[in-house]
Design a protein around this ligand. Structure first.
Ligand SMILES: *[C@@H]1O[C@H](CO)[C@@H](O)[C@H](O)[C@H]1NC(C)=O
Length: 379
């Protein structure tokens, strides 16, 4: 086992001209060109590459312009923001040498998956026609304030939006792209379900995080938390299907004394058969979390009711972490959360409130006993 592993892969910034086209497509394109060389403009608008331009480009069958290069520029630095924010992912394109007249191009934004294999469509635009896909509908548009701009605006960012995006500009067969890395400031927390340690397969792990108003963490998110001091000696799933855990203080049961601090990895595990804990990720809180001031203590059921009586709902684990991290929620009173765990958030450590580091303290999932409660309100 190595002290530190990295799973991140760089995507090439500029893709080479034909790498996305299967051989057979190239071949049939060549045949069509030979046969027609004229208008092919009746192809349906669909989500992929467009070959019609190739055919009627200037009407003379010219496919590529001689010595002219299309170039796409994006941001080299990752864009950092938080849940709920509006963000602009910058993208520009130009030709070298410059062209006299503007050309009709297509723009395609897609989101890379964690393993960088497949992409998910976000937006395609051709002239004035735009199409936006899936969960990006209603909160995404193209920003073209300058003639050469193809930036993507996403409003009201969600936890799932973090990741790498590709801006692709297509001019006939010229197809260039660049990527933009969108990262959310956040907090990573290990999660174990009420029924105990190492009980979650990958799919259950993902769902457990979502049930706590969080998402399963990426390696980069775990790595950042490790840099900030996260130390946890139980292995948890990450979004890429690997199982890892972060250690800042090497010790025998956690990979051994002799290993450097780092992220210990079990590598990829079987998503259905293997069971571990999970690392969840949350970002800024939309709304507030508060300890319900009340004379009396509650059972879990009474606690849920008490929050409802207060026009709120019992808080989820991700919401408590988020309030602790971003709103400095600090309260030395143990309270119920929605999953049946009892916890309290400490921003300024002090005697009788747990260890000397800030953190969310946990009492696990008590089967008996009465406690306070943390409630959540949307605003
Ligand atoms: C995001 O943009 C929308 C639409 O323009 C606007 O209503 C909203 O207030 C913006 N949100 C933030 C956090 O700036």
């Amino acid at each position: 086992m190595t002290g530190l592993t990295s799973t991140s892969m760089e995507m090439p910034l500029i893709s080479s001209r034909f790498q996305n086209l299967p051989q057979v497509m190239l071949f049939s394109l060549a045949v069509m060109l030979l046969q027609t060389g004229s208008s092919y403009g009746s192809l349906p608008f669909y989500n992929g590459f467009y070959y019609d331009r190739v055919m009627n480009d200037k009407g003379d069958g010219e496919v590529l312009f001689n010595g002219v290069r299309l170039m796409v520029e994006t941001s080299d630095d990752a864009i950092f923001t938080h849940r709920g924010a509006n963000v602009t992912l910058p993208c520009r394109y130009h030709y070298a040498p410059k062209l006299d007249a503007p050309r009709r191009i297509r723009i395609k934004w897609s989101k890379l998956r964690e393993d960088n294999t497949k992409e998910r469509d976000v937006l395609v635009a051709s002239g004035r026609k735009h199409r936006i896909f899936g969960e990006f509908r209603g909160r995404t548009h193209l920003q073209q304030e300058a003639a050469d701009e193809a930036s993507l605006v996403i409003n009201d960012l969600r936890l799932h939006d973090a990741g790498k995006y590709r801006c692709e500009v297509i001019d006939g067969l010229e197809d260039e792209s660049g990527t933009v890395d969108l990262e959310l400031q956040g907090v990573v927390f290990p999660y174990q379900p009420p029924h105990g340690r190492y009980k979650l397969n990958f799919h259950e792990a993902k769902k457990s995080c979502e049930d706590q108003d969080a998402v399963i963490a990426s390696f980069d998110q775990l790595f950042k938390s490790w840099m900030e001091g996260l130390d946890w000696c139980n292995a948890g799933w990450l979004i890429d299907g690997t199982v890892q855990y972060p250690i800042t203080l090497p010790r025998e049961p956690c990979g051994g004394n002799h290993l450097e601090p780092g992220i210990r990895s079990y590598g990829e595990r079987h998503k259905n058969l293997h069971h571990f804990d999970v690392f969840c990720f949350s970002s800024a809180l939309k709304g507030t979390v508060y300890y319900l001031d009340h004379n009396q203590k509650f059972t879990l059921e009474e606690a849920k009711q008490a929050c409802q009586d207060d026009q709120g709902e019992i808080a989820k684990v991700g919401q408590l972490y988020s309030a602790w991290k971003f709103l400095d929620l600090d309260r030395c009173d143990a309270g119920w959360l929605a999953d049946g765990s009892v916890r309290y958030p400490i921003a300024s450590p002090r005697p009788n409130c747990g260890p000397p580091e800030p953190g969310v303290r946990s009492f696990g999932f008590p089967q008996t006993g009465k406690f306070g409660v943390y409630c959540y309100k949307m605003s």
